[in-house]
Design a protein around this ligand. Sequence first.
Ligand SMILES: Nc1nc2c(ncn2[C@@H]2O[C@H](COP(=O)(O)OP(=O)(O)OP(=O)(O)O)[C@@H](O)[C@H]2O)c(=O)[nH]1
Ligand SMILES: [Mg+2]
Length: 345
Amino acid sequence: MTAEPSHAYQLSVVIPLFDEEDSLAELHRRLRAALTDWQPVEIIFVDDGSLDGSFKVIREILAHDPDTLAIRFRRNFGKSLALNEAFGVARGRYIATIDADLQDEPDEIPRMLEHLEQNPGIDLVSGWKWPRRDGFIKRWTSRVFNYVVRRSSGITLHDFNCGLKVYRREVLQEIPLYGELHRYIPVLAGQLGFISSELKVRHHPRQHGVSKFGMARFLNGFLDLLTVKFLSSYRNRPLHIFGRLALVFCSAGFGICALFFLQWYLQDYQLRLRPLLVGGMFSVIVGLQCLFFGLLAEMTAHRMALEGQGHKVSLREVLHGSPQPSDDPSTSEAVPQAAETGSET
Ligand SMILES: Nc1nc2c(ncn2[C@@H]2O[C@H](COP(=O)(O)OP(=O)(O)OP(=O)(O)O)[C@@H](O)[C@H]2O)c(=O)[nH]1
Ligand SMILES: [Mg+2]
């Protein structure tokens, strides 16, 4: 059995932020106070092109905390890329994320870590903001969003968008984030076979700065859900979805056209241009387009597979059998460790 890989830190806390200068010093102080039993702890700030004095505050924190790392983007690239960057450099055995606006409670992190320690089968713990300290519209849009994601993904969390989450590091090593997919980490992890769990966490109203929440984010969230579903099901086999669509459109189109043709041929109906006939021909064209689109997508999938970028499986472990002890004494001498039962890599 291989030894547990050693990590430089017990925990890395990742804080993605955009214009949060008034909250950072207090957040850092409260994190350090909450995590004294989990040392060594690394704190990673990702300043995503803030326009206020956020990075000045981070510099001041860095001056007296050597276990803090600051990443600063030239401009705003979005929360997913910020998280992705931090996950790439985090050195903790566990990795936690927390919002920078003090709405999440740092004191909840030890409880979430203990939950992971006590449940080896669980790979990530997601916070469930309870009771939620947000306005009516935010609460309800969020409720609808969570319901739809729950139903379509099969992952039974109540609060996918909670910034407070704790992961075993191997979960994040396998999930590339881009666009705005950070909301779907539990779904993406679930597709790889990782198990999520949920704990209710305290939530506070925003004290400083302004919210970056807008209706556009709500709409983008649903479009991203489509991406996540499509990639998980058809990334490797796009023709299976486009081919099905092609079949539906072409069958409908050919059926309609055949009906008109038979009427003309057998019953001597005049073959005039009628709306349904136009619809039938249109349907055939759309069907053929779907077919060609699927074939093009298959070529891309094939190319990705050739370049080693195709769909990857998530390995839990690989076991090698050890050579068995031999009856022949001359060979058993040559294999001194043959009595061992097995080894893991
Ligand atoms: N890196 C990065 N972080 C961001 C960006 N937008 C928001 N954040 C951070 O993400 C966290 C949550 O953002 P909020 O605007 O508070 O979103 P929210 O908590 O859902 O909304 P409110 O409850 O209205 O504050 C905060 O730490 C923000 O600073 C961004 O574009 N890039
Ligand atoms: Mg917030």
